[in-house]
Design a binder for this molecule. Sequence first.
Ligand code: IFM
Length: 394
Amino acid sequence: MRFPDGFLWGAATAAHQIEGNNLASDWWRAEQAGLLPHASGMACDSWNQWPDDIGLLRELGLNAYRLSVEWARIEPEPGRFDQSALDTYRRQLEAMKQAGIEPMLTLHHFTSPRWLADRGSWSSPDVMPRFAQYVERVARATSDLVRWWISINEPSILAFKACIEGSWPPHQPWNLRGYVRLLRHAARGHVLARRVLQAERSDALVSMAFAIWPAQAARWWSPIDQALARLVDWLWQGRILRRSLTSLDWIGVNYYSRTFVGWPWPTRPLGSDKRTDFGWEIYPAGLYSVLRQVGRFGKPVVITENGIADADDDQRAAYIVDHLREVHRAISDGVDVRGYMHWTLLDNFEWAEGFTQRFGLATRERQLRPSARVYASIARSNALPELAAVRASG
Ligand code: IFM
């Protein structure tokens, strides 16, 4: 089961989750104010220990790394750009290039500068020119080193958590207007970011990373549940993807599991009993169907996130292999999949769950888990081994 030549084998991270001391961000402020159950603190201290992170990628033989730059660090006050922060990111990118690791750079991964939050954050139209200005600074400082870009990570999750559930900054439960505006501004912000990036570097490849949890009818025989599943799919994830299609050079897919929808809303977990520490159902076949679904748009696709909370590492190796089989199946059926970024390199700050959910190929102390070796051997050989061999090797 070989993968195409040049396939990108990587890991993915996000600045707030690993860097530590993200002082000027809306998340930091909310954490300190006790509006969130956990505080990120030093996180994985990657702001200082990034050479070790790159060392891990090298040890694993990965040829790609998806990381994010933090807007709050780069522009801690409106219009004041911190050159030393940009220089730090540049050094990381240079080190990656020297190590033969292709960077994939995310420009916005959930967190925003406090000053932006004070002005209405992504629900205010002011965000769009501000975002474009910030992207321009990042592009000027780094675009010679970066070809693959992600403008915004999982806008639908951000909108849901911030403006429906209200559990994330800016904590606005059932602000439907804010929800719609956030998604609209994210879509427009992406278009502006792409324009800026391609003005700086004409071969820049720009996407968003879309959280795609296929919605399925809780009771397959119920027309109401089926209609609801289609509606949720469309409102929650399909709409922004289709709306942005003409301005996507490729499609970034974050896939973890599926979701069941019905009326009345299902109160107990449905699907199989195979679950992660987070309680998410392990459902590799869903990745195949998502890849087929987005493959129809005829653009290159990258799995920008896929991973498992598994503190004792007894499920991760099989999880990786089972999902990669589905990726391989989609490629064999004609989907132009270019890469796979495993979420995540290190156990990190998992947002409202703090450090309780361990998604890392390595611990915060940078100890690689046994499953990381399985992933490394797949990446090195650019092929999937027989499942039996993987299981036997533990
Ligand atoms: O940790 C997150 C990441 O920031 C965005 N996608 C889902 C991951 C796991 O919950």
